[in-house]
Structure formats: C-alpha cells, structure tokens
Design a protein around this ligand. Structure first.
Ligand code: UT7
Length: 409
C-alpha cells in the first residue's frame, strides 16, 4: 500500500528572482440542478441516513445536457477575472485541472481560452485527479516566479456525473459537478504561494480510475477491463482510498508548512479536497487540531474532484474566513494515486477604481471572442475552398489581424 513520503521537499519554492505569485482572483460555478440523497434512493439501494452518516453529503449539483466541464469552468473563470479586475488579454497561461475534459484534445483549457478571448495565453489541461488543482496552482506559481509569465488562470472543473456508474452505490452517491478558478499574479510583495509538496504513488492506480481509449486500447486489452470496470466509468475501492487519504493528508500538510518556514499554529484555515467529512475529521485527529480549522462544504456539493478546493476557497472568502496576511493551506488527494499540499500567504490588493470600466471591456472581450472564433472558422473554410482566390484571402487575413490587434481585446 502507498505511504506518504515523509522526506521533506527541500527545493526552495520562493524564487531568487524576488517575484511572488499572489492569488488575486477567485470564482466558482455549479449547475442549478440539485440531486438530494432522497433523489438517489429513488433509483439505487441507499438511504439519506446512510449517505449522511458515512460521508456527510446531503446533496450534489448535476450538470444539465447543455452544461459541460468547459461551460462551468468558463463561468468560474469569468468570476475570477471580475474579482481580479483584469482583462482576458492580460492572461499568459490558462491551466484546467480536470478528469472529465470535453475531449482528450482539444484541451478544455483551449476551449475556455478561446471563449474568454485570452488571445495571448497558452493553454493546457492537467491530469492529477482530485489533486489536480493544487498541482495546477504550483505550475502557475512556478511559471510566475521564474519570470516567464505575469498572470495565470487556474481552473478546476468537472462533470463527474458523466463518468459515474449510476448502478454502483459505492461511488455514485459521492460525486457532483462544478468548477472553481483562481487568478495568480506576479508581485514584488513577499507572500502568495509559499510552498508546495506534490506526490504520486502510481502503484495505487488500480484503486481509483476511469478507463478510456488511449495508447493502451482498453476496448481490446484484457488488462484494461479485466476487473469488471466499464469504459469511461469511474471505479473505486472506497475503503482503500479512505485509508490512503487519512494517511497522507496530515503528513503532507506538515511538510508544506515546514517548507513555508512556519508552524501549524500559524495556519488560519485548511482547505482540503472535499471527499468525505469523516476523512477530514480523521485528518484533524491525526494533526491534533480542531476540525473547525478545516473548511468543509462537502454537505452541499459532494466530491467535485479537481473543482472541490477552488469552490471551497471561493466560499471561504465569501464567508469572511480568509483575511489579508493569513496563512492558509490546500490539501488534495485522489487518483494516481496523487496527493498535494500547499501553503499560501493571502495578500490581495484592493481593487482599483477602474473596476467598472474593465468589467465592460471584459464583457466586450467575451462577445468579440465569439465573433473572432466564428470569423476564423469561416476564413479557414473559405481559404480551403478558394485557395487560389488570393485577393479574398488577403482581405480576410487583414480583417483577422485588425480584430486580433483591437485594443479592446
Ligand atoms: O476523491 C477521490 C477520493 N475518494 C474518496 O475519498 C472516497 C473514500 N472512501 C469513502 O469515502 C468510503 O469508503 C465510502 C463512502 C465510499 C464507503 O464508506 P465505508 O464506510 O467505507 O463503507 P463500506 O464500503 O465499508 O461499506 C459498508 C457497508 C457495506 O455493506 P455490508 O457489506 O457491510 O453489508 C456496503 O455494501 O455499506 C454498504 N454500502 C451502502 N449502503 C447503503 C456501500 N455503499 C452504500 C450506500 N448505501 N450508498
């Protein structure tokens, strides 16, 4: 069985460049549809009592046919840009942590980058299951500290309902859909992401996963589906994952705290991956701290995988549980197996007076993004069909350049 690596990560995370990566924006989005425990017990053999006692979950949000990982991620991202009061064009990088992307490629990050009109950003998806958001924040922070980028959007977004085996009462009662996002920005002010401990133990890959078509064609492979797993549906050994989670949470938080050069008593709030209330309570006992120090909202959303930490963060800020100068910690764990902890010193600058002007410009950017995408597709089709008709191509190319260079995008 996997064990938490007790060796502390000695890599210094505060870059010698003197650049710090601060969280300056946050947001969340969940579908409107709510599925209660009683709704579940109407079609599988379970009860509200059992689910609440074993997990703490009362309800979860489930995406409608028109919602997807990208639509939820886009909403959360737009909220985060509003809080940060920045324009999409200011983004250098868009990272989406997800286990339920729209496709293997194009990435969900590229879809969201396009819909935002973030035309100067790179974009990629990150696969580290429920630890993915913490991995993503660390990738963004490292890119900022290296001096290569200024502003990074990190989104954790999932439509877990699409990969559930709705006949498996051991898993389908746990998960929900949603998205959360943060904007990280370079600053000379000390603070922001202070430390991160990222870990993996691939020997536990058989405990939790979603088989899909990849370089190993699981449809024809004996190995892929031999344990009775279904294509594109999640399987989980709940008991073993529970034990793994309770073992790694405490150790990895302690490593991240030590790496940040502080002690556990300096931490104002711990935001754990929201998988099960009992896991969080066990971690609190292990760390000998009050479970009230942990942010918990699993009751209302269930386990939203990579989205759970940024959703809980957005709610914690709204509830006034995080103030400027506070040290907070994130801890994620899940498939891979993977786990990750991080310490952040919260230091959010006051929004500027240009907030209203920028909001209008952001909305214009979203509108223009749709036109630009449509124009590009049309221009590609015309170019394909009339590749010999160069004057038309020239005019379309000039028009595209005009739209791309518009100061409003
Ligand atoms: O984000 C990824 C990380 N994933 C997790 O963190 C999940 C971690 N695991 C868990 O949260 C828990 O293991 C579960 C909630 C999945 C299961 O709770 P448990 O306390 O470990 O229950 P169990 O699997 O040991 O099952 C106990 C009993 C069994 O019945 P018998 O064999 O004792 O008669 C199960 O068949 O409960 C039964 N059971 C249920 N009964 C009613 C299992 N699922 C259900 C259900 N409703 N939904």
């Amino acid at each position: 069985m996997p064990t938490a690596n007790s060796k502390s990560n000695t890599t210094p995370t505060l870059a010698s460049t003197g650049i710090y990566a601060h969280v300056v924006g946050w947001g969340m989005a969940v579908p409107e549809n709510v599925m209660t425990n009683d709704d579940l017990s109407a079609f599988i053999d379970t009860t509200d009592e059992w689910i609440r006692a074993r997990t703490g979950i009362r309800e979860r949000h489930i995406a409608s046919e028109r919602e997807s990982t990208a639509t939820l991620g886009l909403k959360a991202a737009q909220q985060a840009l509003d809080v940060a009061d920045i324009l999409p064009i200011e983004l250098d990088l868009v990272i989406v942590a997800t286990s339920t992307p729209e496709n293997i490629f194009p990435s969900t990050a590229s879809l969201i980058q396009d819909q935002l009109g973030a035309s100067k950003a790179g974009a990629f998806d990150l696969s580290a299951a429920c630890s993915g958001f913490v991995y993503g924040v660390q990738m963004g922070a490292q890119a900022i500290r290296s001096g290569s980028v200024q502003t990074v959007l990190i989104i954790g977004a999932e439509t877990m309902s699409r990969v559930m085996n709705w006949n498996d009462r051991g898993t389908c009662i746990l998960f929900g859909d949603g998205a959360g996002a943060v904007v990280l920005r370079a600053s000379q002010e000390e603070g922001g992401v202070l430390s991160a401990v990222l870990r993996s133990d691939g020997s536990g890959g058989d405990l939790l996963g979603i088989p899909t078509v990849g370089s190993l064609d699981v449809l024809s492979s004996k190995a892929g589906l031999e344990n009775g797993h279904s294509m594109s549906k999640m399987y989980m050994n709940g008991g073993e994952v529970f034990k793994f989670a309770t073992r790694v949470i405490g150790d990895s938080i302690m490593q991240a705290v030590a790496q940040a050069g502080i002690t556990l008593s300096d931490i104002r709030l711990i935001i754990p991956h929201q998988a099960n209330e009992r896991i969080i309570q066990a971690a609190a006992r292990h760390l000998k701290i009050d479970s009230a120090l942990f942010m918990m909202n699993v009751e209302r959303y269930g386990n939203t995988s990579a989205a759970s930490i940024p959703i809980a963060l957005a709610e914690a800020v709204k509830e006034g549980r995080i103030k400027e100068g506070d040290h907070i910690a994130f801890v994620g764990f899940g498939g891979g197996l993977t786990w990750a902890s991080m310490v952040i010193k919260w230091g959010v600058p006051t929004p500027g007076e240009t907030a209203i002007l920028k909001k209008q410009r952001r909305e214009f950017s979203y509108l223009l993004a749709r036109w630009r995408a449509a124009l590009r597709r049309i221009s590609r089709r015309i170019s394909e069909a009339f590749h010999i008709f160069r004057p038309v191509q020239g005019r379309l190319a000039r028009l595209r350049r005009k739209v791309d260079n518009s100061p409003l995008v």
